[in-house]
Design a protein around this ligand. Structure first.
Ligand code: 0O2
Length: 222
């Protein structure tokens, strides 16, 4: 049995030095089992996305505005799956992808205001058929670089990671991601890290201020 056949055996734990990332990517591109797994993740994304769209419509009916500005989704690339499994010392196998990765299927929800994030999360979590597996609140506890977002992993039949953030938080995260934030996770560029963190703080204060202004307008109109 060669390395690629071994990889297809979901029970098999393959030492990481046996299979290279190129072999892994080539293998999964031709694997029916892998394609079936990805199809299930795509279906799970569709289900969660539909739920979010319905919640958005219901909210609009009750409060005359949408709490969701946009929704985007993605399936993690095979290379990125391989690298994460390796980084975390998990077995390199198709079963291991399903067992150990929470973010193969991801939906990013962008909301106008901070309060919308928590409204959307609450509405999503309160659905009977959703099992909440993990919640990380990087708004209350931002990352040291200033990254803010609410991450939630829910499971119906497949795990789906939902990241919920404001338009302003998404602006910062998108640009920071483009600038390869993972490179700055060291002491080589303290000035860049400091400047990005300052931008994140300014953006957060603007987010808070915009919400206060909205509440003032609301009170004025009552
Ligand atoms: P990409 O390219 O966006 O997919 P877990 O998944 O829970 O087992 P992990 O991976 O440590 O553990 O989760 P974490 O740090 O809570 O969230 C990871 C994802 O959040 C990242 O995915 C990014 O999408 C986003 N994220 C986290 N920290 C930052 C940050 O500092 N800056 C930006 N721009 N995004 C961040 P990936 O897979 O790392 O990247």
């Amino acid at each position: 049995m060669n390395e690629l056949e071994l990889l297809n055996d979901t029970e098999e734990i393959i030492p990481e030095n046996i299979i290279t990332k190129e072999q892994f990517v080539k293998f999964v591109e031709n694997s029916v089992k892998f394609e079936e797994l990805m199809m299930m993740y795509r279906c799970a994304i569709r289900e969660v996305q539909t739920k979010l769209e319905i919640l958005n419509d219901e909210f609009k009916t009750k409060r005359q505005r949408n709490p969701i500005d946009s929704i985007r989704s993605r399936i993690k690339s095979p290379l990125s799956m391989y690298e994460k499994l390796k980084r975390r010392n998990h077995p390199i196998s198709i079963q291991s992808i399903a067992d150990n990765l929470n973010d193969v299927a991801r939906i990013r929800v962008v909301c106008p205001f901070i309060s919308d994030i928590y409204d959307v999360a609450r509405m999503l979590i309160s659905q009977d058929d959703v099992e909440v597996m993990e919640v990380k609140d990087y708004i209350k506890n931002p990352k040291p670089n200033g990254y803010r977002s609410l991450h939630y992993v829910g499971k119906e039949y497949m795990k789906v990671e939902v990241q919920i953030r404001t338009i302003a938080m998404n602006f910062w995260a998108s640009l920071e991601h483009q600038m390869h934030y993972k490179q700055f996770d060291n002491d080589d560029m303290p000035e860049i890290v400091k400047q990005l963190t300052e931008c994140a703080e300014n953006i957060y204060h603007t987010d808070v201020r915009m919400q206060e202004i909205r509440e003032d307008i609301h009170k004025f109109n009552e």
